[in-house]
Design a protein around this ligand. Structure first.
Ligand code: ATR
Length: 281
């Protein structure tokens, strides 16, 4: 029997990663023979580690903090999403060893909002907080849903403006408005507010006033677990429905799995399983 194909997630730190669990469940549920492992890589060792993994037969990699920019840079080819975001979270290794980079983070976010949470984005007013790697990956997939308005707001305004400029061509000829606005220029209400900042990790306050939320709005944090708690509390204090990023994590993994294996895994079933496991001490 041939050996199972090898995959991994690369990051630093990596011990906390749920990706091995998610992809192992995907493989079981779709009858795919594969091995998926964690790879802890030194901060200055990403390039060498990827080359080594390719040489020893790894067929695909998920890339996490802090290597997403480097992953986009070292690939032999890049999807349009990677070119716009400047970051990759998925590497696909061809039979010839060539590396293709994709970014499934934004697709995962949109799938979790639209399919899992049942909140349509079409025609809605959407506020994206942050302009780092996480926000960059989300912008093109969010615009593809045809919101009425997508506002990017970031502590460092110039970065939000830069992101918006990089995506401006995507709204030409559509009814979508795309803007970069400073906090004091924001005018609500917003139907959906997405937190892609690292502010909660630093114990900082939520960077915008809660009055911007329409009653019943969706307030989505790309993080999950304790890191998402401050934003979810803020959401419920202001009459919004909070949602953490666990579904985004599972859905971005599902997109990567589909790219590697050509098979779409039952992501909702795996998300439900993961929620049960996380709730069990
Ligand atoms: P990631 O890859 O997770 O997006 P990043 O590229 O370092 O990480 O981006 C972090 C984001 O969180 C940025 O938008 C950052 O704002 P700046 O561009 O002004 O740095 C935002 N951020 C971090 N700490 C913040 C805080 N205390 N308040 C508001 N925004 C914050």
């Amino acid at each position: 029997m041939p050996l199972p194909d090898r995959y991994c997630v690369i990051g630093n730190p990596i011990a906390h990663s749920r990706s091995p669990r998610i992809h192992t469940l995907f493989a079981q549920l779709t009858d795919q023979a594969l091995v998926y492992e964690r790879e802890l890589v030194a901060l200055d060792g990403f390039d060498a580690a990827v080359q080594q993994l390719v040489q020893t037969g790894t067929r695909g990699m998920n890339v996490t903090v802090p290597f997403k920019l480097e992953a986009a840079g070292l690939a032999d080819s890049r999807s349009d999403r990677v070119l716009r975001a400047g970051a990759a979270n998925t590497l696909v290794v061809g039979a010839d060893g060539r590396i293709h980079a994709d970014n499934t983070d934004g697709l995962g976010l949109v799938a979790d909002i639209v399919r899992n949470a049942g909140v349509a984005l079409a025609g809605q007013r959407v506020l994206l907080l942050g302009a780092g790697g996480a926000a960059a990956g989300a912008l093109a997939p969010l615009l593809a849903e045809a919101p009425a308005l997508l506002v990017v707001c970031n502590r460092t305004h110039a970065k939000a403006q830069h992101l918006v400029d990089l995506h401006a061509d995507l709204i030409q000829g559509t009814a979508t408005q795309l803007q970069a606005l400073a906090t004091d220029a924001l005018a609500g209400p917003f139907d959906v507010v997405i937190n892609a900042t690292a502010s909660s990790l630093q114990g900082a306050a939520i960077p915008v006033p809660g009055q911007l939320l329409r009653p019943g709005a969706l307030a989505y944090d790309m993080m999950y677990g304790p890191a998402a708690e401050p934003f979810l509390q803020w959401a419920s204090q202001h009459g919004a429905t909070g949602r953490d990023g666990l579904g985004m994590l599972v859905e971005q993994a599902a997109e990567a799995f589909a790219l590697w294996r050509g098979v779409r895994p039952p992501s909702q079933q795996v998300l439900a399983q993961l929620r049960r496991e996380l709730a069990t001490p």
